[in-house]
Design a protein around this ligand. Structure first.
Ligand code: NAD
Ligand code: UFG
Length: 336
């Protein structure tokens, strides 16, 4: 059975391809390599013994996208491709809307014309904005604070409307919390472009000596130690959640919105300490003002994923930090 993975050479996509191959799916990747490298294909091959079929195509090019469906019998699509930097989305919103929305529209049009009606979409906990309480369940109201988040919210709506217009579709909207870590082989992981915005990639660069110290964005939140609390989830757990979601989509029609998180929250300082332990390095830090747009606490209610998909996260924060560090040490320049 062929699964098309858009953005499959990227961070979460490459880990998901590994798990799909392990489950004997035929994996076809489409990516324009904007934020990833062909080397990811070799790494997937080294881990699994299978080289996925690859199309270097921009999803904005609908004609080329058609070719993939013409040449393959695609049963379902996992749609990771998109831009993901929150800060950048505020400076170049039109580029984000164009890339993140038009790619989804093109993909859905082509899927429909080839009668491929199962899609798993990468959404984000960012669609919950500043939640009124925690844990956050899937019925919480949506609101966003930046163009990136708005593209996720719009994409969810587009896919819901698609189902309303055609009840043969199966749409799974996966709302990820904070993915970190790497495959335990150390062969695939996250390769941030430029200065990392996210906490763990930044801490990793402090540990390797690429950055002097961590800037902790505020310690006056109403949390365990005043620093922001998030639900960090191992990227392999996240990948396994996609396998469960694809299997569910094979047997059910409709739209499901599902949180993928651990249900546990860790503060910035707790993550820093866990990473220091994993790496054996001192992580220097300074407390700064709050980062605009940040919220105090965010963690998932994970009941729905358990009940509907039979999935729950297994890896703890120590394993996440150990695997991230293993990847950093083995790939000082990332997957290139
Ligand atoms: P990533 O940047 O590593 O992977 C995305 C891939 O999409 C890249 O390989 C990029 O080259 C490709 N791509 C982008 N635009 C494309 C286009 N027009 N045509 C073809 N390929 C294109 O990102 P990731 O961390 O693996 O995230 C995957 C998805 O999950 C994204 O949609 C992201 O918004 C979402 N998400 C990520 C996080 C996170 O913290 N990493 C959290 C929530 C949601
Ligand atoms: N933080 C620091 N210093 C840094 C980076 C982050 O103190 O250098 C703090 C933040 O203030 C926050 C926590 O670490 O309290 C986590 O920040 P991240 O930037 O790693 O993650 P966010 O929760 O802000 O956002 C991330 C992605 C979003 C996604 C969201 C939920 O960037 O795209 O997780 O999935 F929507």
């Amino acid at each position: 059975m062929s699964i098309l993975v858009t953005g499959g050479t990227g961070y979460i996509g490459s880990h998901t391809c590994v798990e799909l191959i392990k489950e004997n799916y035929d994996v076809i990747i489409v990516d324009n390599l904007y934020n990833s490298s062909k080397e990811a294909l070799n790494r997937i091959n080294t881990i699994t013994g299978v080289m996925p079929k690859f199309y270097e195509i921009d999803l904005l090019d609908k004609d080329k996208l058609n070719i993939i469906f013409e040449e393959n019998n695609i049963e379902a699509v996992i749609h990771f491709a998109g831009y993901k930097a929150v800060g950048e989305s505020c400076s170049i919103p039109l580029t984000y809307y164009q890339n993140n929305i038009t790619t989804t529209l093109n993909l859905c049009e082509v899927m429909k014309s080839y009668n491929c009606k199962k899609i798993v979409f990468s959404s984000s906990a960012t669609v919950y904005g500043d939640p009124a309480s925690v844990p956050i369940d899937e019925s919480f109201p949506l609101s966003t604070t930046n163009p990136y988040g708005t593209t996720k919210m719009f994409n969810e709506r587009i896919l819901e409307d698609l189902y309303i217009s055609d009840n043969e579709f199966s749409v799974i909207l996966l709302r990820y919390f904070n993915p970190i870590g790497a495959h335990n082989s150390g062969l695939i992981g996250e390769t941030p472009n430029g200065i990392p915005n996210n906490l763990v990639p930044y801490i990793a660069q402090v540990a390797t000596g690429k950055r002097d110290f961590l800037r902790v964005w505020g310690n006056d939140y109403n949390t365990v130690d005043g620093t922001g609390v998030r639900d960090y989830i191992h990227v392999v757990d996240l990948a396994l959640g996609h396998i469960k979601a694809v299997k569910y989509a094979m047997n059910h029609l409709g739209v499901e919105k599902i949180n993928l998180g651990t249900g546990n929250g860790y503060s910035v300082l707790q993550v820093k300490d866990a990473y220091a332990k994993a790496s054996g390095k001192d992580i220097a830090f300074e407390i700064m003002d709050r980062r605009p747009g940040d919220i105090a606490t965010c963690y998932a209610d994970t009941k729905k994923a358990k009940e509907l998909l039979g999935w729950q996260a297994e890896f703890d924060i120590e394993t996440m930090c150990n695997d991230s560090w293993n990847f950093e040490v083995k790939n000082p320049d990332g997957v290139k």
